[in-house]
Design a binder for this molecule. Structure first.
Ligand SMILES: N[C@@H](CCC(=O)N[C@@H](CS)C(=O)NCC(=O)O)C(=O)O
Length: 228
């Protein structure tokens, strides 16, 4: 077993954060290759992943090219990826799948950009429904399984799947209610998230399409990144 996780910019790459934070939180050893976004990524990303996307995990002769598949691959080899309790595990799998296959308005309108704070020009119904659903889901997990993590006492894959949402909630000051917001503050304070954020703020890279995504929907009020 020799893991290399390939990810992109700490500041922008929300899907990369999921397996990275899980492996860090569970103390699973790995190397991390960072391939920064450019205007065109297809050929460079195709060199290591058949779907030309990050994250991608290499384990000896295996290539695992999707964040959910990476999490399941790790779950077959390491304890603690999903909660031990069957009810919590079922809930955690549903919640992670809901994020993996849904929340398009939240993902499209509020992109992850760790170092930015911004005010949305408007919140239309599809986005508001996503925000309300996030608040409901977080409160349900925290209240049903006792916290401090979404599916109980231990940090698990469901926390990793929603880790990028924590940065989106903070960046756009989304109102997900006090219970959900407490989890956001908690996960952002996790030592591995602090390490990710520190590196995100130090990155000298700016990728125009990611910057334009925010400029189209919001007014940037603060930028904590190291100036280019
Ligand atoms: N289904 C994939 C989606 C991954 C994904 O969308 N990755 C983005 C970056 S966060 C990507 O690699 N985009 C390629 C590009 O921007 O050219 C997963 O969950 O791993």
């Amino acid at each position: 077993m020799s893991y290399t996780l390939i990810t992109a910019n700490r500041n922008y790459s929300s899907w990369s954060l999921r397996p990275w934070i899980l492996m860090m939180a569970l103390d699973i050893p790995f190397e991390n290759d960072i391939i920064y976004f450019e205007e065109e990524n297809y050929d460079r990303f195709r060199a290591f992943a058949p779907n030309a996307q990050v994250p991608c995990l290499k384990d000896d002769d295996r290539t695992i090219w999707d964040s959910l598949a990476i999490i399941e691959y790790l779950a077959e080899r390491h304890g603690g990826v999903w909660p031990k309790d069957e009810k919590a595990r079922t809930w955690a799998r549903c919640a992670a799948s809901e994020m993996h296959g849904g929340f398009a308005p939240l993902r499209n309108i509020c992109p992850m950009n760790v170092g930015i704070r911004a005010k949305l020009h408007k919140i239309e119904t599809p986005l508001q429904r996503n925000i309300d659903r996030i608040g409901e889901l977080f409160a349900e997990g925290l209240e049903s399984f006792g916290g401090p993590w979404l599916a109980g006492e231990k940090f698990s894959a469901v926390d990793a799947f929603y880790a990028p949402v924590a940065y989106r909630v903070r960046s756009f000051d989304l109102d997900i209610g006090p219970t959900g917001r407490a989890w956001v503050d908690r996960i952002i304070a996790h030592p591995a998230m602090q390490a990710w954020e520190k590196e995100a703020l130090a990155e000298p890279h700016r990728e125009i399409s990611h910057e334009d995504e925010i400029a189209a929907v919001a007014t940037v009020t603060e930028d904590f990144r190291t100036p280019v």
